[in-house]
Design a binder for this molecule. Structure first.
Ligand code: FES
Length: 109
């Protein structure tokens, strides 16, 4: 298992990036809802490989209810990654399987 971060490092209701690549871009977006963590590849389906955030850990809209792609404003449901509003309407983020083991969020498998 590859550890990504501690669950406590994600404030409840917030999102953080994890697994930075060689350029420092986080490959994975983690969104915490209580004891659950939803994990998505940090790529927008509108343009291949476009990152979602405009700065480190800026992945949610203003009220924290959706994942926001800062490039063109697509909004994705946190629970299933489907775009509800924006240029990639109906398309989805790519899920990442994670588990929480002893307070650490890890890649599953
Ligand atoms: S690249 Fe994400 S909405 Fe256009």
């Amino acid at each position: 298992m590859t550890p990504l971060c501690r669950l406590d490092d994600i404030p409840d209701g917030s999102a953080v990036g994890a697994l930075p690549d060689a350029r420092g871009r986080d490959a994975v977006v983690l969104v915490r809802r209580g004891d659950r963590v939803f994990a998505w590849v940090n790529n927008c389906p509108h343009y291949d490989r476009a990152p979602l955030g405009w700065r480190k850990d800026a992945f949610l809209n203003g009220d924290g209810t959706r994942i926001l792609c800062a490039a063109h404003g697509a909004l994705f449901r946190i629970e299933d990654g489907i775009c509800e509003i924006g240029p990639c309407l109906g398309q989805g983020l790519t899920p990442v399987s994670v588990i929480i083991s002893e307070g650490t969020v890890c890649l599953a498998g």
